[in-house]
Write a protein that binds this ligand. Structure first.
Ligand SMILES: Nc1nc2c(ncn2[C@@H]2O[C@H](COP(=O)(O)OP(=O)(O)OP(=O)(O)O)[C@@H](O)[C@H]2O)c(=O)[nH]1
Ligand SMILES: [Mg+2]
Length: 294
């Protein structure tokens, strides 16, 4: 059984996220930190046992101009939630484990007036100097989905493991074959408009989340662009995906099957009932945005 929660999105009964702390961000926003107005920009940060890095990520996002940061925790055994809250984040507990479940839990508590969502990992691997390049095309309505490509940017040693690079190559080849899209990465650092999110009706509870988002967006003909981003290797904490062979295999399988499945199934339009646009204008992103349509 499902119930409507937000602009046409649905969530399974018993899957409701628990808002631990609904207070808005406390940290001051740096004046002139970004070239855009961050009003309505929400960051979603999935985190499990990231106490060494989460506060820095939250503070960096707020400094960069994000209006609200939602950290979604899944049963951390360390001080992740506490430190995220202290840094100014709203902390949400997702009842089910999984990267996708965490992201969905955050979407369920998006505040009214949200225009765009930027997803960012909690381990400090995403270089927040690229925040502006990621969110600007969406906030200016020049793109619906912007993917930060670590392949086009500088990935420091250890930031992308050999299986990650190989997986990206295979996924990119598949996306080119099935959609004609010039995708280079399925990186987690990405921004998307709320209208596009509604239309995608995201479902994947785990590692297929990023591939689902890209594939459905391409299938629906949304404006998907990549921008180069720099990436760091995690410096603290333990890897939940790339450092664990079983997780790598599961993630790889989930990504490939997700791409193929969504290519051959009709896109869902659950979000079209709400504020989503019926059609997306075929405008190209401006050159100024330093991004290319995939
Ligand atoms: N809430 C939540 N967060 C998760 C879950 N799995 C992973 N994460 C977070 O998702 C982000 C990506 O996970 P990582 O462990 O960094 O995966 P990775 O980037 O492939 O691996 P590294 O090379 O170690 O960085 C991190 O912020 C994790 O804390 C989960 O089940 N729930
Ligand atoms: Mg990581």
């Amino acid at each position: 059984m499902t119930r409507a929660i937000w602009r046409g999105q649905t969530i399974a009964e018993g899957d409701e996220p628990q808002v631990v702390d609904g207070t808005p961000c406390a940290a001051p926003r740096a004046a002139g930190a970004s070239a855009w107005d961050g009003a309505g920009l929400v960051a979603v940060v999935p985190a499990v046992d990231e106490e060494g890095s989460v506060a820095g990520v939250v503070a960096g996002l707020l400094r960069g101009g994000v209006e609200r940061v939602i950290v979604v925790d899944n049963g951390s055994s360390d001080r992740t939630a506490e430190l995220a809250r202290e840094a100014g984040a709203q902390v949400v507990v997702a009842p089910r484990r999984g990267y996708g479940s965490a992201c969905r839990a955050a979407l369920a508590v998006l505040p009214a007036g949200t225009r765009a969502v930027v997803f960012c990992d909690a381990d400090g691997a995403d270089d927040l100097r690229s925040l502006d390049a990621i969110v600007r095309p969406v906030l200016r309505d020049e793109a619906d989905l912007v993917i930060g490509s670590r392949v086009l940017g500088r990935a420091e040693r250890g930031a992308l493991t050999a299986p990650q690079r190989a997986g990206n190559l295979v996924a990119a080849a598949l996306l080119r074959l099935l959609f004609g899209a010039r995708v280079t990465d399925l990186g987690p650092f990405r921004a998307i408009s709320v209208e596009a999110l509604c239309r995608l009706d995201m479902r994947d509870p785990a590692f297929g989340w990023t591939a689902e988002m890209q594939t459905k967006a391409l299938r629906l003909g949304l404006r998907v662009v990549e921008v180069p981003v720099d990436a760091h290797a995690r410096r603290t904490g333990v890897s939940k995906i790339s450092g664990r062979p079983s997780a790598v295999l599961r993630a790889g399988w989930a990504i490939l099957t997700t791409i193929v499945r969504h290519r051959f199934t009709a896109p869902t339009h659950a979000g079209d009932r709400g504020a989503a646009r019926a059609t997306v204008p075929p405008t190209e992103p401006s050159k100024e945005a330093a991004c290319h349509r995939v």
